[in-house]
Design a protein around this ligand. Sequence first.
Ligand code: NDP
Length: 350
Amino acid sequence: MPAVQSPAIVLVTGASGYVAAWIVKTLLSRGFHVRGTVRSSSKGEYLVKLFEEYGSRFSYVLVEDMIVDNAYDESVRGVDAVVHTASPIGVSVHDPEDLIKPAVSGTLNLLESVRRHGSSVKRVVVTSSGQTLLSPKPDNPAIYTEADWGDAAIDEVRTKGANADYIIKYRASKILAERAAWDFVERYKNNITFDLVTVLPSFVFGPLLQEVSSLENLNTSSRMVYDALKAEKSTEDSTKYTANDVDVRDVALVHVKALESDQAGGERFIASRGPFSWQVVYDALNTANPPVSGVPKGVPGAGITTRPNIYSADKAKRVFGIEFRTLQESVVDMVANLREREVEWAAGRL
Ligand code: NDP
């Protein structure tokens, strides 16, 4: 099915989020029109101001809770494509359903609204996660591609319920939401005008564009980075494999390429640079030019001492012609941005 090109109109759900704000900016800078869904008019107005150089090409609509039936009915009317990023991430969830229900219902409500009211929509891009790939593998390193699914997390959450680790609950929510999207387009394949692409980012680093009114309101993954740089970890903790990382600006570009590319229809795309430990992050900051002051030093050069997983982004590189930014560029820019935010939080200006 055909992809979309600028000046098409793209609906971006959860537009005030960390990843989504960069998707919106990337779309606008390439000539697209963007309608963003937000949960409050103050978040919408913040984005209007942030993107004022693009004038009327950016607008927002309120979707306070995507769990509500028909939540997206109005917002999908007249758009050419949709990027669905909205999904809960909060680490403090107890009941796994608090992640699973919004992730799955939000995705299905959106697709149902597009099916019923979005006859102009040609493509839907859903933000999934590299977490959906992770089932145990014996290899060292363990390599993951778009063919992998970590369905064991679903069984683990069913067995352990609230006692499952946070990451297993989150993984299950993302797998169930992505699978629901693929099942939906398969079920309605003869009656819908759009195709589906999913993007699977690894852990996202890089500068923030979205409104963050206080440290407590920092998005979950950025808060993990903030906390990791505030207090030096033990050598064991700082050198163990942590996750794969990717720059938020590259994640945004993969989403936009996923909209623009004919070839992308019906495919999953991993967006990832490579594996990291916190020591690798410390070293990237301390060896930058100029070095970033005031961050932990750890044991320079100790790298990653435990078996890493590697998400292969070869497919995105091949199909989209993307080169991913270095970890050093991502974390240097992120720390600079977080330090500007700290000044604003202290001054109570946001
Ligand atoms: P954010 O928390 O910054 O963004 C999530 C967005 O979803 C927010 O705009 C939030 O609105 C919205 N949202 C959450 N629940 C609801 C709901 N019930 N109804 C309507 N909107 C809702 O997170 P990120 O930008 O980091 O994440 C964006 C996407 O990327 C998610 O799908 C996430 O799973 C995925 N991802 C993120 C990674 C990361 O490292 N950050 C890694 C891999 C995937 P509000 O803020 O107003 O509550």
